[in-house]
Design a protein around this ligand. Structure first.
Ligand SMILES: O=P(O)(O)OC[C@H]1O[C@H](O)[C@H](O)[C@@H](O)[C@@H]1O
Length: 499
């Protein structure tokens, strides 16, 4: 790759020590000219969104996640004060928990059990893992992000005897999602079995008046934090969904918000060559042909960023994976996202990236700061483990480029609150710009309902056959289908009866 090309397309955000290198994507210089209409439209769509337009037409909602990190952008004083008050309340609550003013039955809260799924879990899990500092964290964090009984038991085994010092935080925007509901009821039973009052060890984050809201209110939970319909689950890290568990863990949420705000300022730049999110979205468009023809491999060379790809899988695939565009045309859009971390993944699937099907582009994430403190020399000449990590990133990048395989490199100065806030904000904006390029609504998720609906019907079938089996355990599958009125569902009944 030529030094000239690298310099021409290198984009930095000095306020964050962040940079993006797109020079290893094989776009011709004329590509940007060919995209100028789309670029201008994306800028004006984004301005309208930030200005309070109904950017989520299918749900008739505004899209306000940029206001969360800079409330002065909010289209009304009322929204602005809701956002500001919420951050103050979160800080005040965390302070009281850390001081022990708000405490459990057995003393100061030492453990945090976060219950939620999807957007109500992936951000908190990513941030808790990326910014965990075992020696200084205020609370040890645990997650229940599914409805797997064995998964619950695993976490409760770790919390055994500690529930009197454990604070449960249940997050659900809709307040009606079964998985966190199940996890909450299982948790409540554990607290009660330990002779403890679950409500006096629990807070919730949910929409006003939701089932979860009412449940918490009726039982006098410690606190109820708001979740607003103008914030999407997958962009709720800077709402109470993310900020509350982060503050309780001892993470500096002001620095997290600052990082996101500084990146939002950089990605508001109308000079697209200086706008890292626009450059990123343009590279997605070039690599995928604007139609998901190539997958996005997320490859951070940092253990702390292991959960980034999982976070981005939801943000990008739930936002862009749409069947219809805004005109109602069937488009079946999306970009598949996968990846874990480097250099570890080099010893897993990079074989295919180098020699196999060229259906991907890589996003390397480089972190300049190797660790806190000094490093032992692992090879003469002052070579450290960190030197190996960087050499493996640069080497893999080189090896892929040599075979015409494309990559983008994002460089962060460190893994700090500011950098984590910034990288989340970068992908929020890039996803929004790309959605405008392809003309879809990035802010709803109609496709997730079908599986849930089918699951609801299957649970009805389970209830019906369980009742019949109780009366007569010797009924055949066909007889159960007949008697329950579910003829045609024999296979399902067979599956439900498998032990
Ligand atoms: O926060 P909740 O309302 O419980 O929703 C949790 C998750 O479930 C839904 O099915 C959607 O796929 C996600 O966008 C959402 O984040």
């Amino acid at each position: 790759m030529s030094w000239q090309r690298f310099k021409k397309y290198f984009c930095e955000v000095p306020s964050l020590g962040f940079s993006i290198d797109i020079s290893r994507v094989n776009f011709p210089d004329a590509f940007f000219g060919s995209m100028s209409d789309k670029i201008q439209k994306a800028f004006s769509d984004m301005d309208a969104l930030v200005g309070g337009a109904v950017a989520n037409p299918d749900e008739n909602r505004m899209v306000g996640h940029y206001w969360l990190r800079n409330s002065s952008l909010a289209p009304s004083d009322e929204l602005k004060s809701q956002i500001d008050e919420n951050i103050l309340r979160i800080k005040e609550f965390a302070k009281k928990v850390h001081s022990g003013e708000i405490r459990g039955a057995d003393g100061k809260f030492e453990n945090l059990l976060c219950i939620g799924i999807g957007g109500s879990a992936l951000g908190p899990e990513f941030v808790a893992d990326a910014l965990s500092r075992p020696s200084s964290d205020k609370m040890s964090v645990f997650f229940l992000d599914n409805t797997d009984p064995d998964g619950f038991d695993l976490v409760f085994e770790r919390l055994s005897g500690k529930l009197g010092k454990t604070l449960a935080v249940i997050a659900s925007k809709s307040g009606g999602t079964p998985e966190p509901r199940n996890a909450m009821l299982e948790s409540q039973k554990k607290w009660e079995d330990a002779g403890l009052d679950f409500a006096r060890h629990s807070v919730v984050t949910t929409g006003n008046g939701s089932k979860l809201f009412n449940y918490a209110k009726e039982r006098n939970f410690l606190e109820i934090f708001p979740m607003w319909d103008w914030v999407g689950g997958r962009t709720s890290e800077f709402a109470a969904v993310g900020l509350l568990p982060a503050a309780l863990q001892g993470i500096d949420i002001d620095a997290l918000l600052l990082g996101a705000r500084l990146m939002d300022e950089a990605t508001s730049n109308k000079d697209f060559m200086k706008n890292p999110a626009m450059l990123l979205a343009l590279m997605w468009y070039f690599c995928t042909g604007g139609a998901g023809k190539k997958d996005m491999v997320i490859l951070p060379y940092k253990d702390r960023l292991l959960l980034l790809s999982r976070y981005l899988q939801q943000l990008i695939m739930e936002s862009l994976g749409k069947e219809f565009d805004l005109q109602g045309n069937r488009v079946e859009q999306g970009i598949s996202v996968y990846g874990n971390k480097g250099s570890t993944d080099q010893h897993a699937y990079v074989q295919q990236l180098r020699d196999g099907v060229n259906n991907f582009f890589v996003t390397f994430i480089e972190v300049l700061k190797s660790r806190e403190g000094g490093s032992v020399e692992v090879e003469e000449g002052g070579i450290t483990s960190g030197d190996y990590l960087r050499a493996f990133l640069l080497g893999t990048r080189e090896a892929l480029s040599a075979k015409g395989r494309e990559s983008i490199t994002l460089t962060l100065p460190d893994v700090s609150e500011k950098s984590i806030g910034a990288i989340i904000a970068l992908f929020d904006r890039a996803t929004g710009f790309y959605a405008s390029f392809i003309g879809i609504n990035a802010y709803h998720q109609p496709g997730v309902e079908a599986g849930k609906k089918a699951a609801g019907r299957i649970l009805e079938i389970k209830k019906a056959i369980s009742a019949l089996i109780e009366q007569n355990p010797n009924l055949t599958i066909e007889e159960l289908a007949e008697k329950s009125g579910y003829v045609g569902d024999e296979e399902l009944i067979f599956k439900l009866m498998q032990k």
